[in-house]
Design a protein around this ligand. Sequence first.
Ligand code: SAM
Length: 335
Amino acid sequence: MEQSSLCDDLGRKVRYLRVSITDRCNLRCLYCQSNRLSRYIPHDDILKYEEILRLLHILVPLGVEKVRLTGGEPLARKGCGEFLGRLREHFPNLDLRLTTNGTMLSGSLQDLVQCKINAVNISLDTFDPETFTKVTGRDMLPRVLSTIDALVDAGIKVKINAVLMPGITQASLEQFIHLAQDLDIDVRFIEFMPMGQDTIWSKDAFCPWSEILALVTKNYELIPEKNVDLTAGPAQMFKFKGAPGRLGFISPITNHFCYTCNRLRLTSDGSLRLCLYDDHEYPVRPLLRDAYVTDEQIAAKILEVLRKKTLGVGLLERRGQNKPVAVRNMSGIGG
Ligand code: SAM
């Protein structure tokens, strides 16, 4: 049923769905603030895998081409690897991805290989063990590094997401550069976003992408790449001469990409979030759990609410000094 596609009033087409399958996480990253969560979403309110699958059977025919499982920590939810396999069985052509902190992957590596996952994003902000513990609350850097090696050895495309904070994780910049020079890995630096009501975001804790770019280009020549794949996301990518990997910059604060946003988010408790920055969410769980509501009715509802997809930059501009742009924590949204 490509009757009508997922399109908002500004003409932006949604092609990419980020699915948070849990709000639980085993790490407590400083910038994510999941450590401040006083309570988690009750288990009964978390969407079941069956319900997510049903929703995808509604959304894929409407134009979703790329799906990412995220969280919380997606691999902290039992059955995540098997679920990826089921998604692949149901949607052989889907661009299927996972974002993980890389600490819980070992038992699922085979699942990722079997489902021919298109890429795995690993969040890693530092190569220094002490800083890693300071940032994440856990002494698990060696495990993340061996996960990266295992994924590369298994032939899976790896992307690294790093939030560089001055005086904390930024000291690892040189090692991130070397990683992209040595291996076929995309290292993407993401600007720290003021998300969640207890965010520790401040001007001092924030480094704009242009400053990181300037630091890199002091010593290295970067070759800009055109982002030819429109579903590939908002990263501005650069190559090094003769190196297998690439560096990328994701700049939601200083150089927003709201006008070309093609994303929709599904929170773990089953609400559609039209914009990362916009706390208005549209619950689909009650529809999925109502035996009298059909797939066609759910599709119609989604097409209707999607029209109101927000232009996040407006919210960003209106936020006060050091105030969050959205109240919901990243661990509840999925990044
Ligand atoms: N647990 C998984 C992980 O660590 O990759 C998935 C969830 S995590 C919320 C998804 C991504 O959001 C991570 O790459 C993390 O670095 C990023 N993130 C979380 N809070 C952020 C913030 N305030 N600003 C920028 N990126 C953030």
